[in-house]
Design a protein around this ligand. Structure first.
Ligand code: GLN
Length: 493
């Protein structure tokens, strides 16, 4: 049965439909693999019964000759930021430990309606704040990859680090992620898998624990571009319960996949050649250009002049929104309550929040409340919003000259857990190539390109025009076909 674990979304869905194996056999194989991989710490809770019940339902439908759905028979991991009815949902924070939602997020419901089942709730950086999966209350997540010749536990990236670790370790064929400023793309790049953040508004935010609402987007993480296209189709769609949901039909992205890029122009932003970017990352970028040229695209130089302001603007806008969103965790209605003896309401708020939030979350709340405070609002928050507009305008201008943009996903490969933990600024730099597309709400994808000299994966990023997920996926497919990335982490867990 071990070969089932190597199968992706499309292989499993099509194999179940053809009767090569049952959905139940698939669920059993992945449930067993998940149970045996606790050393990765990728899951906060496992839900084998959810996976088998969904699988049995798909097998029963097949017997009756009914449609099995876009994801029929595919068990997936669910980032623990999505509310799942009756299953603990924590955002990897002590403050939500034991919280069991009475409702299901729209994205997870869409996936269950499409025939998928849930292996468990995946670990993440606390409230999705982080780039290494070291801020979770439930412990660090390890990447299945190791640097050649060393045994140090490596970061799977963050914040969707449980998702990237599980998918690259082949204990889940695919997983959900969320991306506020890179949290799908950076972990995908660190672990040699694919991940796409769609256009802002494609996937409903309803039932997703909010971090920075004007940036948060859900998306799929899987080992191929095709699998991402399939899963994104199942996840996306208009939702009246999310006021920023796009009122647009979901395109047939899977059917539209086409790696022939003849007539397409791919832009190379000169501002992304930044000091401190790893030589091998720059080499992979050069290689990416060659691959896209080989696929028929014309490579053109473009300029995104405000790029250098994107990271500072992001680290004002995102904490500002977070400080507002996280005000609801007060110990009154759900989650942790810390009520010291004889304490009043204010003391309870303070004690609950002091005990419940981790250090990085507190840092963001401090930054956020500071930049929103009366005396500093204009100097920081208003200024950052203006920069956000300029960054969007940079992209609009650039898309007058090209159809999509190619850039590295990250400035470095994965690093050992612990290495950047005490240096928030070094950690924030991980997002330098990811946040511009987030601020502009654009679809962006990371696709594995190659292994570096240490045997660690490197990813390439494609950023597309608004609503052009198809163009992003197609360029990703062209890279995938030429990169031939088949490397697998050696099993040690
Ligand atoms: N690493 C970034 C941060 O810490 C992005 C997080 C995310 O996209 N959720 O804010």
């Amino acid at each position: 049965m071990s070969d089932i674990l190597d199968l992706g979304v499309k292989d499993i869905r099509d194999g179940v439909a053809k009767g090569d194996f049952t959905a139940r056999e698939v669920a059993d194989a992945f449930n067993t693999a998940v149970a045996a991989a606790s050393e990765l710490n990728a899951f906060i809770v496992t839900t084998p019964d959810h996976a088998t019940a969904a699988a049995d339902a798909v097998d029963a439908r097949r017997k009756k000759g009914e449609d099995l759905g876009k994801m029929g028979g595919v068990p997936i991991g669910m980032k623990d930021l999505f509310a799942t009815k009756g299953v603990q949902t924590t955002a990897a924070s002590h403050i939500l430990e034991g919280f069991t939602p009475q409702y299901e997020s729209t994205v997870s419901q869409n996936l269950w309606d499409a025939g998928a089942g849930m292996l468990g709730k995946l670990n993440l950086d606390q409230f999705a704040m982080g780039s290494s999966n070291e801020t979770s209350y439930f412990g660090n997540v390890s990447s299945p990859w190791k640097k050649d010749g060393t045994n140090a536990a490596m970061s799977p990236g963050g914040s969707s680090g449980g998702s990237s670790s599980a998918v690259s370790a082949r204990i889940a064929p695919a997983a959900t992620g969320t991306d506020t400023g890179g949290s799908i793309r950076q972990p995908a790049a660190f672990t040699g898998i694919c991940g796409i953040k769609p256009t802002y508004g494609r996937c409903s935010r309803w039932g997703v624990v909010a971090f920075a609402s004007s940036l948060d987007q859900a998306g799929p993480m899987a080992r191929s571009v095709e699998d991402c296209a399939i899963m994104l189709e199942a996840m996306a769609g208009f939702d009246p319960k999310d006021s920023t949901s796009l009122q647009m039909d979901v395109p047939a992205w899977e059917a539209g996949l086409d790696a022939d890029l003849k007539g397409k122009k791919i832009g190379i932003p000169k501002e992304y050649r930044m000091d401190g970017t790893d030589e091998e990352i720059l080499k992979s970028w050069e290689q990416g250009k060659e691959w896209l040229r080989d696929a028929g695209a014309e490579i053109v130089d473009i300029s995104l002049p405000h790029t250098k302001y994107a990271l500072p603007a992001y680290y004002i806008v995102a904490p500002a929104e977070a400080s507002s969103n996280l005000a609801r965790y007060d110990g009154v209605r759900y989650g942790l309550r810390d009520l010291p003896d004889g304490a009043g309401l204010q003391d309870m708020y303070a004690a609950t929040r002091a005990a419940g939030f981790g250090d990085e979350v507190k840092r963001r709340i401090l930054i956020g409340t500071y930049v929103l405070s009366a005396g500093f609002y204009d100097a920081y928050y208003t200024q950052a919003q203006k920069i956000r507009t300029l960054i969007s305008q940079d992209f609009s201008t650039a898309f007058g000259e090209c159809d999509a943009i190619l850039a590295p996903t990250t400035p470095t490969a994965s690093f050992p857990l612990g290495e950047n933990q005490d240096d928030p600024l070094a950690m924030y730099l991980n997002d330098v190539f990811a946040v511009p597309a987030s601020l502009a709400g654009l679809p962006a994808m990371s696709v594995p390109a190659m292994l570096n000299a240490d045997g660690l994966p490197l990813g390439l990023q494609i950023v597309g025009k608004p609503f052009d997920e198809q163009g992003v996926l197609n360029a990703g497919l062209a890279i995938q076909q030429r990169a031939g990335f088949e490397a697998k982490p050696e099993k040690w867990w």
